[in-house]
Design a protein around this ligand. Sequence first.
Ligand code: MLT
Length: 272
Amino acid sequence: MNITETHATAIINNLIVSYSDEGPVEAPVVIFVHGFPLNKSMWNFQLEALKDEFRVIAYDVRGHGDSDPGNEDFSVDLFSNDLISFMDSLEIRKPVVCGLSMGGYILINAIGKFPERFDALILSDTQCIADTPEVRANRLNSIEYIKKNGLNDYAHESIKNLFAPMSLLTKDTEIASVREMIVNTSRQSIYNSLNALANRKDTSDILSHIKIPVLILVGSEDKITPPEMAESMHKKIAGSQLNIVEHAGHLSNMENPFEFNYQIRKFIASVY
Ligand code: MLT
């Protein structure tokens, strides 16, 4: 039997969480966790391409997309507790999880606390270090920038860093979709997430304790979490695989979905 719930909702921790859930019920489950300040639709290429082989689920992290923000201060720790509650609400015990950038921060945090809840991990365009004082200051400057200039300008500036130079010239549809995701996120949620990202802890120690299969992917031209950061995580996670996604910047899953999906398929086939 196939599941095709593209606008489903779950109530977890007193929040409405929006998600898509597609594919055969009995197939391996893959849960996708998006980056900041995006939402589940960044995974459309993956859900569409992989739904015949896997049960593919993408959800909106609180305050993003169509998920409620709730009343608590945002933190990566809170986001990872939400993920576990979300899995519980769908009665999913041990999925494969795939997170890009902020999604990766959430997954490393979750696996540190609940290592027995995951079968395999895909870390894409992410890192394990905390913000340097300079990056932290930039986040606080971004809050001031948005207050002064608004989300359209913020989206315009962000897009320049999110995509590889060639993608900026050729990927009009993807760029438009990212712009829409950013401008449709509430300002308050963006401020709260920027604070959560600025306050997140270094997770290097967690990596050396990971015992499940791990695939690390990174766009060859990722300026935000460059390949050296992926290489450093690869060295810390025993037995992990690292693949560079060519012709891609920070949003490697959107910029080169063919290669990204190929790597996911190959990895999951090696896990089960
Ligand atoms: C993301 O894509 O989630 C963000 O770039 C993460 C970050 O700014 O650290």
